[in-house]
Write a protein that binds this ligand. Structure first.
Ligand code: SF4
Length: 416
């Protein structure tokens, strides 16, 4: 099975095409970004792809994986109904092509190497199918996220189409069709939507793609030629960085263009730190003023979020940030891991099964508090724990907790 967590490993991956075409300097800055930390949303997407692939290769339905656990790069995901439903919708769509005379390929990795691009470029098509009768090559892409993705003129999908075409030069292809299956994102064109184009259109688009790749390469060369000179690097950033498609850019936390954009927004509001322009004056509460501020807020918010995430990632690798420390993030209360827990609870609390279960699961500690009332709720304390779910980066002035260990420190701790 394809390792879904690391499958887009090319320098110019299909999923980064839109960003790299829009911002020629993104690939240069991405080289210096810290390793990507897998978010829980990304992990759920990976788990969904993993079970979908197993369904297609093993001939089972997604419900066979309900309540099983899929391991991803940084998480263990328990397959719930939402993931089952997403995977099954994609599987049902693909299965209609899985019989002769239609050909199909599951998780097909491809490279754009035949085009002689300046970077290693490629990706993985979730499902590729070829219909000889209509000379159509179709690439199906499963998206588990809720952020609506448009299929029309989608550079990622066009890159998949191009990759599949190059990979199957033996096939007589006249039409390329790209399809998104996005079960969790309602769209006016449906949860499954396609775009179809003639091979000649894809060839024309390829010429533009290669031009964009060359621009990115030129940006990279000019960055190197600047040799760390800050004046030259400022000019470089001005010339090559174009914010606008920054979501998921690995350089978000270090990008000078985003920082400048956020500072420009702040400058509109505060031309003097002691005299903020935005106050409660009647003028600033007008709908027009609110609209102006709402337009500017996302740029500040996105930059703050990216900057915080970068600082946190740095602290976790052991970088000391003056005035800040890592602090353990404590999760919600949960029952201790004890196979005899239910029996012990019933004995200790004097309750029977019907009282401690909210079918089919044991009641949560909060539900049990309610059941026991204020006077008796402390009786469950020995059976409850609060797991550490990660760390936060906090100001040392605002915490009385001892610093948490960094990832590096934990790694080198002697094993018990
Ligand atoms: S964060 Fe945005 S502007 Fe900066 S390099 Fe990435 S895509 Fe370009």
């Amino acid at each position: 099975m394809v390792d879904h967590g690391i499958r887009e490993h090319a320098t110019w991956s299909a999923s980064s095409t839109a960003r790299n075409v829009h911002c020629a300097g993104a690939l240069t800055l991405a080289q210096f970004a810290p390793p990507d930390k897998e978010s829980i949303h990304a992990a759920r997407g990976t788990a969904c792809h993993q079970i979908a692939e197993k369904c297609l290769t093993e001939g089972v339905d997604a419900s066979a994986f309900l309540d099983t656990v899929e391991k991803t790069k940084a998480h263990e995901i328990t397959i719930d109904e939402e993931l089952v439903n997403s995977a099954q919708e994609y599987v049902d769509y693909c299965r209609q092509f899985m019989h002769p005379p239609v050909w199909y390929w599951i998780e097909e990795r491809f490279s754009l190497g035949d085009l002689n691009p300046p970077f290693d470029a490629g990706g993985t098509g979730d499902f590729v199918t070829y219909d000889e009768a209509t000379q159509t090559l179709e690439i199906v892409d499963l998206k588990n996220g809720m952020g609506v993705v448009d299929v029309k003129d989608n550079p990622q999908l066009r890159t998949y189409g191009l990759g599949a075409l190059l990979h199957h030069q033996d096939l007589d292809v006249e039409t390329v069709k790209v399809t998104i299956v996005q079960p969790r994102a309602p769209h006016k064109d449906g949860r499954i939507r396609s775009e179809t184009f003639h091979v000649a259109d894809l060839v024309a688009w390829t010429a533009d793609l290669l031009k964009s790749m060359k621009r990115s390469k030129q940006a990279m060369d000019e960055y190197e030629a600047a040799g760390g000179n800050s004046v030259k690097l400022d000019a470089w950033a001005e010339k090559w960085l174009t914010p606008g498609k920054c979501t998921f850019c690995p350089a978000e936390g270090t990008c000078p263009a985003l920082r400048k954009g956020a500072m420009d927004v702040a400058a509109v509001w505060f031309d003097d730190l002691d005299q903020p322009r935005i106050g409660n004056s009647a003028l600033d509460t007008s709908p027009e003023a609110l609209a102006r501020d709402l337009d500017m807020i996302p740029m500040l918010e996105d930059w703050i979020k990216a900057r915080r995430a970068y600082a946190h990632a740095q602290a976790e690798t052991g970088v000391e940030i003056p005035g800040y420390q890592l602090s353990e993030k404590i999760g919600n209360r949960k029952w201790v891991d004890d196979p005899a827990l239910a029996a012990r609870l019933m004995a200790e609390l004097g309750l029977d099964e019907s009282a401690i279960y909210a079918d089919p699961k044991l009641k949560s500690p909060a539900q049990m508090d309610k059941l026991l009332g204020a006077k008796r709720k402390d009786m469950i304390v020995p059976f409850v724990e609060r797991p550490i779910t990660g760390t936060n980066l906090v100001s040392v002035d605002k915490t009385s907790r001892p610093p948490a260990k960094t990832v590096a420190q934990k790694h080198f701790e002697p094993q018990q």
